[in-house]
Design a protein around this ligand. Structure first.
Ligand SMILES: NC(=O)c1ccc[n+]([C@@H]2O[C@H](COP(=O)([O-])OP(=O)(O)OC[C@H]3O[C@@H](n4cnc5c(N)ncnc54)[C@H](OP(=O)(O)O)[C@@H]3O)[C@@H](O)[C@H]2O)c1
Length: 243
């Protein structure tokens, strides 16, 4: 195996902003190469610059995760370009506004299920052959406080996020070979675009920047399988994993 083939490569969705961008930078800092997905090509280019500043390499792919019909093309474009994927971290997310279920419009509701539940599961499905080329690989689904808390007004967003707990456990049961791990991680509130939309009544400075959550993700990637596989972790639990 050449040196390039041995280097860790992680795919991050939502890499053009917030948590996804912060993770790309944190991964680059530890010598991991990233495949960065998002729709906004200019914002992805900013992520790429930040990754390269840390000495990392970044393959940017402008891609709309709601276009499920072209997932196959994404895989075909990547399969000869990268030797393997050591991890797939699902950070893409969107939210128009919190609304009681009684008033939610069908398109808004379904949109939340598509971006937060269908997209991460179907992208995992299509990338599985690349994840299987690595000696060990990890899929991380980013969840939120609705992972355990029964909070009102989050409609499809909250339902999709809670279902990710089951998704990780289901993937674990279906892919029992120990080198493949599926984890849900709640990063907690972070000062990002999505936060500003969701928590209009809270000042962004009341919550930490997305960069503060990245260490938890790095710990999950480095942890032994038995400590993380199939688990729904909070950021505090992830930070207690061995570094
Ligand atoms: N911020 C919080 O307080 C908080 C708390 C708990 C969990 N989370 C979760 O953390 C994750 C990251 O969110 P964030 O706070 O960092 O939000 P953010 O800054 O708004 O980032 C969201 C990212 O998702 C991408 N995205 C949205 N729709 C997409 C689509 N159809 N196709 C491809 N990419 C798409 C956006 O990129 P483009 O616009 O370029 O497509 C952007 O890069 C989300 O899963 C969110 O639910 C956030």
């Amino acid at each position: 195996m050449s040196d390039v083939e041995k280097q860790a490569i992680v795919m991050v969705t939502g890499a053009s902003s917030g948590l996804g961008r912060a993770l790309c930078i944190a991964l680059a800092r530890q010598g991991t190469n990233v495949v960065a997905l998002g729709r906004d090509a200019d914002a992805l280019a900013e992520t790429q610059l930040a990754v390269e500043k840390e000495g990392g390499r970044c393959l940017c792919i402008p891609f709309d995760l709601l276009e499920f019909d072209v997932y196959g093309k994404l895989f075909l474009a990547l399969k000869d370009q990268i030797p393997h994927l050591d991890a797939l971290i699902h950070c893409a997310g969107a939210l128009n506004r919190c609304t009681p279920m009684q008033y939610v419009k069908a398109d808004d509701f379904r949109g939340m299920l598509d971006i937060h539940l269908a997209a991460p599961n179907l992208l995992t499905q299509i990338m599985l052959p690349l994840l299987r080329r690595a000696p060990t690989s990890t899929v991380v689904f980013t969840s939120c406080d609705m992972m355990h808390d029964d909070l009102p007004n989050w409609h499809g967003y909250g339902m999709a996020k809670r279902a990710l707990n089951y998704a990780a456990a289901m993937w674990k049961a279906e892919q029992p070979d120990t080198p493949y791990r599926f984890v849900t991680l709640n990063p907690g509130k972070m000062r990002t675009t999505l936060f500003k939309r969701a928590y209009g009544g809270m000042h962004p400075n009341e919550v930490p920047p997305a960069a503060d959550a990245t260490e938890g993700f790095l710990r999950v990637l480095a942890a032994p399988s038995e400590a993380v596989n199939g688990r729904a972790l909070s950021l505090d639990e992830a930070l207690q994993l061995p570094g």
